[in-house]
Design a protein around this ligand. Structure first.
Ligand code: URA
Length: 270
């Protein structure tokens, strides 16, 4: 992966910085930003605190020993068999994703409008997404929503998901084996949602969906994504978590957002 990903929970100060960066993005776009209250002190669970009750394990576990399961083949079969988004969501929620579903509290499917023209595909849920069962609801999700709002698209005008439906342990990137079973699931997800445009958010999503590496070079250039015999224009975009750490790159992201808006409206690229 070409961009840094957080490996531990951000501190209150980091969260505050991230929030300020998000607001300054919006401010840069010429919009009045509200005053924000200072952060509440973070209370940490004591080490002695009892562990939360274990989440229910996936109902569909293959009969073979875990290391013998060909999860990629299983995911392929389940994905193909899902005729609707609801059916796919159900299949994913029951899928034995090994370490991923053992560690995650929930399988995170999507949020927003499944009929939207824009489908945004991020990397993998973080801790807040895992808690809530919804993608992109933390700091980077808030920035993501602001980025699309800045080109006039509200949260009900985008459909948001990730290439990986489970929060990887310690927020690491999905391994190549995990990617292999996540890929047919996200491909079917895109095919069923059938958006006009896919926005590929971050380097991990770029490599999972296209095999290309290097978001710094790929961003801002349209790609033809072939999903189940259909070509869908896709725009790689910097991950908002990356923009929170590298706010000077928001200028590039803004250009890419304007290109998405122009394509959506059938206008020449700016
Ligand atoms: N980062 C992602 O890529 N996806 C999420 O859902 C949250 C953070």
């Amino acid at each position: 992966m070409t961009e840094p990903t957080p490996t531990s929970r951000p501190s209150a100060a980091e969260l505050q910085d991230a929030l300020q960066a998000a607001l300054s993005w919006w401010d840069d776009m010429g919009v009045d930003v509200p005053e924000i209250a200072p952060p509440k002190p973070v209370t940490r669970r004591s080490k002695a605190a009892p562990k939360p009750a274990a989440s229910p394990k996936p109902a569909v576990r293959a009969a073979a020993a875990p290391e013998d399961i060909d999860r990629a083949a299983l995911a392929q079969t389940l994905a193909k068999a899902a005729p609707t988004l609801e059916a796919l969501k159900d299949a994913i929620s029951k899928f034995d994703a090994g370490l991923l579903s053992d560690h995650a509290k929930t399988a995170v499917f999507a949020r927003g409008n499944p009929a939207a023209k824009i489908m945004v595909v991020g990397e993998a849920p973080g801790s807040q997404e895992d808690e809530a069962g919804l993608p992109f609801i933390g700091q980077s999700g808030q920035l993501l929503d602001k980025m699309f709002a800045a080109i006039g698209l509200g949260t009900d005008e985008i459909y948001v998901t990730n290439i990986c439906n489970w929060r990887p342990p310690q927020n690491r990137d999905p391994s190549p084996d995990e990617m292999a079973f996540c890929r047919p699931l996200i491909q079917r997800h895109i095919a069923l949602a059938a958006p006009e445009i896919v926005v590929i958010v971050g380097g991990v999503s770029l490599s999972a969906l296209t095999g290309q590496t290097g978001i710094m070079k790929a961003r801002g250039r349209w790609i033809d994504l072939t999903i189940e015999d259909r070509n869908i224009p896709a725009m790689p975009l910097y991950h908002p978590a990356f923009l929170l750490r590298r706010p000077e790159l928001k200028r590039d992201a803004w250009r890419d957002l304007l290109a998405i808006k122009a394509r959506l409206e059938g206008e020449p690229a700016p």
